[in-house]
Design a protein around this ligand. Structure first.
Ligand code: 8YV
Length: 351
């Protein structure tokens, strides 16, 4: 008999992977079940493999219903929804999809960075709405801006005047189109994706700094900060690329955003909860930061409504890895890990 695999999230499969999956396993799809709890109570003990993704939880509640599960194959690199330590404790193997999505996700970070700093979606909309011939060239900035900006920056530097200055920014600084090339970039989390983002931005002449748990000797040309606040204080652009863990939850908080300041941009391709989203919204509304490019949010698919009509804020529906090629490569890896496990071969990408 074929091993039974429970699917919690669907996989975009190429024909070969689909053929492997359907010929080698008995597949049960949670979304086809009218009563998932009753279904798990009935079938749980027969399930030996789980396919999961970015939304479902693989936690104690689920694992308790699957006493004979041997492997959890996640169609993600981030494992914040999988209780990996409980899986280890119970002898359940876990696999994810590293490497195959690194380039794509780093490309997304660059796209968001360029899009928010150069206001590409808003400028595109300006053309599509027929405003160019009627209203003239797209407004790069307000004429008073440079003077106002200098004043605001001086205010920002004055400790203790933060409230007064944020109140002034709120009324005086409008979003502006900002240069990307040469800006100081701070990467939060220099893992595979963070490093691929750094590499791309080197090509833009950007000096790269980073925060991570420890200094990475393999990047001697990058400046290391052991404090995110210090990294932000010394960056024009903060790119968040760390895993979501207890220690990184809300790692980008009000203090970090204020250290980045009113000319700074934030890009997040990691997970929503690594940023204190309410504070980011406030900082954007009060113009204490200049703009943001966001692929991920705290309550996906909900996005704070304040972010939806700002020329300097670009939002995407968690599509960092969403290209045909990458999503296929990820799904193939999910299936190949299952096949390896059930044929007694080494896993391709064990966690
Ligand atoms: C998702 C991601 O996996 O890999 C991750 O951690 O966040 C994404 O690549 C993708 O959205 C598929 O669900």
């Amino acid at each position: 008999t074929k091993p039974v695999v429970l699917h919690l999230q669907s996989l975009p499969l190429e024909p070969r992977a689909a053929e492997d999956l359907h010929s080698k396993f008995e597949n049960l799809f949670i979304w086809e079940q009218a009563d998932p709890a009753a279904f798990l109570a009935e079938k749980g003990a027969s399930i030996r493999g789980v396919v999961t993704g970015v939304r479902p939880w693989v936690n104690q509640e689920l694992l308790d219903k699957l006493p004979n599960v041997e492997i959890v194959s996640s169609n993600t690199v981030g494992l914040d929804k999988v209780d990996v330590s409980l899986c280890k404790e119970r002898g359940v193997s876990v696999t994810n999809t590293p490497d195959v999505l690194t380039d794509c996700t780093a490309d997304t970070a660059l796209a968001l960075l360029l899009a928010c700093m150069r206001q590409i979606p808003a400028a595109h909309q300006y053309v599509c709405d027929g405003r160019w011939p009627k209203e003239g060239d797209y407004p790069v900035t307000n004429k008073l801006k440079p003077l106002v900006l200098v004043t605001a920056e001086i205010m920002h530097l004055c400790q203790g005047l933060a409230d007064l200055s944020s109140c002034l920014y709120g009324h005086s600084i409008c979003a502006m189109l900002a240069v990307v090339s040469g800006k100081r970039v701070g990467v939060v989390g220099l893992g595979r994706i963070g490093a691929a983002i750094g590499k791309r931005l080197e090509g833009f002449g950007c000096p790269i700094s980073y925060y991570s748990r420890s200094k990475k000797p393999q990047y001697p040309e990058y400046n290391y900060y052991n404090s995110v606040v210090e990294l932000a204080r010394n960056s024009d652009i903060l790119v968040v690329a760390c895993a979501l863990e207890k220690a990184t939850t809300k790692i980008i908080n009000r203090e970090v955003l204020d250290a980045l300041g009113p000319t700074g941009f934030v890009v997040n391709i990691a997970r929503g909860p690594v940023i204190d989203e309410a504070e980011l919204v406030k900082a954007l509304v009060e113009k204490r930061v200049a703009g943001a490019g966001l692929d991920v949010f705290v309550n996906e698919p909900e996005v704070p409504k304040e972010l939806l009509n700002m020329a300097n804020v670009v939002v995407q529906p968690h599509v960092g890895s969403a290209t045909y090629e990458t999503r296929n490569a990820m799904a193939n890896l999910v299936v190949e890990n299952l096949v390896a496990h059930f044929s007694g071969k080494p896993l391709l990408t064990p966690v």
